[in-house]
Design a protein around this ligand. Structure first.
Ligand code: BF8
Length: 533
């Protein structure tokens, strides 16, 4: 029995967000070492089977390679379902029909040829949802036993995630709420104002947040300070310059300031611990999506433009009414000072001609997109690596890592560019597509890298598979699922090249990644360069 398991049984491990900080909980709740290596199978009730090496077999006969590939595919299916559902909710909210042949319309020609040859483009309306269901089916006990098919299916889901999730959501949001413009913004906990009534919007789907932005701008609401959290926050920062208070790891701290009158949440990355913490303060939690309910929260579902407006007004009323319940607090915004950032970048306003010219002349070595979450288990200093790389690379950023770079004062719009929320990785993909075109190269030959140093969610893994399916190399910095050297990690690092010209690889040490990238001629390492590295 593991140490932490024994201590958990003796109740020596504190798991309660009300009494222990996230940092303490992380230290006490050690990850399962077998799960970390991707070798724990809990897909049937003869298990869970905990394999020690890739050759070991579970009760049903599944070896470590199969178990690991199934776990990865299920992760990608989970992440893809979240992005598809996000786009689907937007379509329902706007009363728009579901698009068919969307991938054919959006993807570069050379990719459509490759994917068409491999038979991995869903053709029929709604078929992309069926693909998620098939992925779950083929990874249930006693269906597919070939790890390669699981990984090929993960690539197929990556494509679906990219187009029917991230592209569709980004395009719908831009069409309805406006394309972001380059603007100054502020981020960090210091944007929360004790002298105002504070409302935080948290999650990913910005329908209600947009209505709140409109309401909060009205003169009669000048006592309201609206702030964002996670990707809903990143999206209203990019579109309206609304201050971004926190990313995923600071969400509890937002409540702990003691000056948040209401937190409205939609979907994804909302840790249930915020509700625990809200009980310690006066904060009202308001859920706004029918698939995301939290015990003791007020549920005000947002279904369309009209309900969004009514709900936004109601939330302001609730927050104003709740102000009187605020207790004395020691929160000092200067302790987590706000940082100025440039936001609102996209393929429409970035100097892509100049970047392509500089890559051609050798002035730039390439473009690195820093994406994904900020996993508090990752303690390595990735920010310093990106600072070093920024000397001769352009750094694009999205999601919680963009917040991390912004908190270090790096999002200056000169070398570091904030492109928005995680679904806005569609903008990164467009930058890559356009720059590759200007270089006269296919995506798989262009000097681009996606670096995801600290993933937390299934969505981050799905995003990685999307970029890899387009030909871009994907670096992952946290070992979960990839820690053990198996046929799976070998396939992702090497065999993906055969069809996709890309690799998905693990490197947990920033200095090692820097060495590897500087040994190669560009951030797109060639196989022969990697052998030498
Ligand atoms: O979609 S980066 S923790 S907030 S999953 Fe979540 Fe990860 Fe943050 Fe946005 Ni993206």
């Amino acid at each position: 029995m593991e140490d932490s398991e024994k201590r958990l049984q003796k109740k020596q491990v504190c798991t309660n967000p009300k009494t222990c900080s996230l940092e303490t909980r992380l230290k006490q709740m050690q990850p399962c070492p077998i799960g970390m290596r991707g070798l724990c199978c809990k897909n049937c009730l003869m298990g869970p089977c905990r394999l020690l090496k890739p050759e070991d077999k579970g009760i049903c006969g599944a070896d470590g390679n199969l178990v690991s590939s199934r776990n990865i595919l299920r992760f990608v299916a989970g992440g893809t379902s979240a992005h598809l559902s996000h786009a689907c909710h937007l379509l329902e909210y706007l009363g728009k029909p579901y698009p068919a042949h969307y991938i054919e319309k959006k993807a570069p020609k050379h990719l459509k040829e490759i994917w068409g040859r491999l038979g991995i483009i869903p053709k029929v309306r709604f078929e992309h949802f069926k693909e998620i269901s098939e992925a779950l089916h083929m990874t249930t006990m006693g269906v597919n036993a070939d790890y390669r098919l699981n990984l090929a299916t993960a690539m197929k889901l990556g494509i679906i995630d990219g187009y029917y999730g991230m592209y569709l959501a980004t395009e719908l949001e831009d069409a309805e709420f406006g394309r972001p413009k380059i603007r100054k913004g502020e981020l960090n906990l210091g944007v929360i104002r004790p002298d105002k009534i504070n409302i935080a919007v948290h999650g990913h789907e910005p329908e209600l947040a947009e209505a709140l932005v409109t309401e909060a701008k009205k003169p009669e609401n000048s006592d309201i300070n609206l702030v964002g959290v996670c990707c809903t926050g990143a999206s209203i920062l990019a579109r309206h310059g609304v201050p971004l208070a926190a990313n995923v790891i600071l969400q509890e701290d937002v409540i702990s300031t003691g000056v948040i009158e209401a937190m409205a949440v939609d979907t994804q990355c909302i840790m249930p611990s915020v509700a625990d913490l809200a009980e310690c303060f006066h904060t009202k939690i308001i859920t706004t999506n029918d698939i995301c309910r939290i015990p003791n929260a007020t549920h005000l579902p947002v279904k369309n433009l009209e309900t969004a407006e009514v709900t936004a007004k109601k939330i302001i009323e609730i927050a104003r009414e709740n102000r009187k319940n605020r207790k004395k607090t020691s929160f000092n915004p200067a302790a987590a000072p706000k940082k100025e950032v440039m936001a609102g970048f996209s393929q429409y306003n970035l100097p892509l001609d100049e970047w392509a010219r500089d890559i051609k002349s050798g002035k730039l070595r390439g473009i690195v997109a820093v994406v994904g979450c900020e996993n508090p288990r990752v303690k390595e200093d990735w920010i310093s690596l990106y600072k070093k790389l920024s000397r001769d690379h352009i750094i694009l950023a999205t999601g919680c890592m963009a917040f991390g770079l912004g908190a270090e004062g790096l999002l200056d719009g000169k070398r570091f560019f904030h492109l928005g929320s995680c679904v806005n990785n569609a903008r990164v993909a467009e930058v890559f597509r356009i720059v590759a075109e200007k270089l006269g190269k296919e995506l798989g030959e262009a000097p681009f890298l996606v670096s995801c140093p600290a993933p937390i969610t299934e969505k981050a893994i799905a995003i990685g598979f999307f970029f890899a399916s387009t030909g871009v190399d994907v670096h992952v910095g946290y070992p979960f699922l990839l820690a053990e050297k198996t046929k799976v990690t070998e396939f992702l690092a090497n065999a993906l090249r055969d069809n996709f010209k890309s690799r998905i690889f693990l490197e947990t040490r920033p200095e090692k990644l820097r060495q590897q990238l500087t040994t190669c001629s560009t951030v797109k390492c060639k196989p022969e360069e990697l052998k030498r590295a």
